[in-house]
Unconditional design. Structure first.
Length: 343
C-alpha cells in the first residue's frame, strides 16, 4: 500500500457518524476529465482531511458497467453488469441509472460536505447527479424502524474474506462489488404495529437485538431471507454499510442500503429471496414497509488500481485469465460456492 492514500477505497472501515451517497452518470465526452479526478481522489481527500486528521474522512468510488470500458479499458470484472430489476408478485427492486457511486464517510458532517462540494466542482458539467442522499448514524447503529442494522457484518479477517475479490479474478484483486438501494419507510404504519409483530418480520428482538429462531416453513423473517447459504452449507456474508436519512417536515424517512461483496451473485440472491420469496410468492414482509426507489450496481477497484486508472494494461492476458477461470471457482479455497447461472 506504500504511496497509496489511505482515504480511498476503505471497504471494511467502521461505520462513521455521517455519510453522503452520490450517484452520477457521466457524458461520454467527459470521460477523460473524470478519470483524472478519480486518479487523484486520494489527494482530494487529503485536501479536506488536513483540517481534522482524526476524523477519518474517506471516499469509496464504484464504477458501473456502462462506463467501465471507456473509463478503465481492458476487461471488466467478471460479474459486473447493470443492476437487474427483481420483480416479485407484490414488490419490485427497481433499476436506476448510475455510472459512478461516491460513498463519502466521516464523523463530521462539514468535512463530508466540503469534500463533496470540491468533488462535484472538479467533475464539472460532464456529470449528471442521479441521486444525492446525506445520512447519519442513529443511536447504537439503529435504522429509523428502531432495529440495529448491520448486526451480521463480518469483522476482521472474515470481513476481508467476504468483501475483497481474490485470485478468482486476478486482474481485480482487492476490489469489491457494491449494490446500492434507497428505501423509503411509511413510518406511521410501521410504528402502529405491535413490537412483537415488528420483531417477527425482522427476526430479532427490538430492544436488545437478540436473534429469534428461524422459521422452517412458510413466512420467513428478513434475517433469514437475507442470509445466503449455498448447497454445500457454506454461508456467504456481505458487509452492509446502511445508514438512515430523513426529512421529518416532508414526512420522508428512509434507509440507504449499501452492500459490499466479493461475489455479486450473493447480493443478487439475497434480493431475489426478499422480493420473489423463498418459497416464491412469500416475500420479505419488511418490503411492505420499505419501498425501494433506486437500484444500481458498481465495482469498486482497489486503491492501487484506482490511482493508475486508465493506464495501459495487458488486456489480452487479463481477458484470457477471466476466460480460463473455472466457472465453479469463486474465491480463495474450496469454500466458495459456484456462480449461479441464473440470478
Amino acid at each position: 500500500m506504500s504511496g497509496v492514500p489511505d482515504g480511498v477505497q476503505r471497504f471494511t472501515a467502521p461505520l462513521t457518524g455521517h455519510a453522503i451517497f452520490l450517484v452520477v452518470t457521466v457524458s461520454d465526452q467527459a470521460v477523460d476529465g473524470v478519470r483524472d479526478v478519480l486518479r487523484d481522489l486520494g489527494g482530494l481527500v487529503q485536501t479536506v482531511r488536513f483540517r481534522d486528521p482524526a476524523d477519518g474522512l474517506s471516499c469509496t468510488v464504484g464504477i458501473g458497467a456502462r462506463i467501465w470500458p471507456m473509463l478503465v479499458g481492458g476487461p471488466s470484472p467478471r460479474e459486473l453488469h447493470p443492476f437487474t430489476p427483481v420483480v416479485g408478485a407484490v414488490h419490485t427492486a427497481v433499476a436506476t441509472p448510475g455510472d459512478l457511486l461516491f460513498h463519502i464517510r466521516g464523523d463530521r458532517a462539514d468535512l463530508c460536505f466540503e469534500f463533496e462540494r470540491l468533488l462535484v466542482a472538479a467533475l464539472g458539467d460532464g456529470i449528471r447527479v442521479e441521486d444525492e442522499t446525506s445520512c447519519f448514524r442513529s443511536f447504537d447503529r439503529r435504522d429509523l424502524l428502531g432495529f440495529v442494522d448491520g448486526t451480521a457484518n463480518p469483522v476482521g479477517t472474515d470481513a476481508a474474506e467476504s468483501v475483497l475479490v481474490g485470485d478468482e479474478d486476478a486482474a481485480f484483486v482487492g476490489g469489491t462489488y457494491i449494490v446500492v438501494q434507497k428505501y423509503l419507510h411509511p413510518l406511521d404504519r410501521w410504528q402502529a404495529m405491535p413490537t412483537e409483530a415488528q420483531e417477527r418480520i425482522m427476526g430479532r428482538t427490538k430492544a436488545d437485538n437478540v436473534e429469534l429462531d428461524d422459521a422452517t416453513s412458510g413466512q420467513k423473517s428478513h434475517k433469514t431471507l437475507a442470509t445466503i447459504v449455498d448447497d454445500a452449507g457454506v454461508e456467504h456474508d456481505i458487509i452492509r454499510d446502511n445508514m438512515p436519512f430523513g426529512r421529518p417536515g416532508h414526512a420522508e424517512f428512509g434507509t440507504y442500503f449499501l452492500g459490499q461483496s466479493r461475489a455479486l451473485w450473493v447480493i443478487e440472491t439475497m434480493l431475489r429471496r426478499m422480493f420473489v420469496g423463498d418459497p416464491p410468492g412469500v416475500h420479505d414482509r419488511l418490503l411492505d414497509f420499505s419501498v425501494p426507489k433506486t437500484g444500481s450496481t458498481f465495482f469498486a477497484p482497489s486503491a492501487e488500481l484506482l490511482s493508475t486508472l486508465g493506464d495501459a494494461v495487458d488486456a489480452p492476458a487479463a481477458a484470457a485469465r477471466n476466460v480460463e477461470a473455472s466457472p465453479t471457482s469463486l474465491g480463495i479455497g474450496a469454500n466458495r460456492a459456484p456462480v449461479p447461472q441464473e440470478v
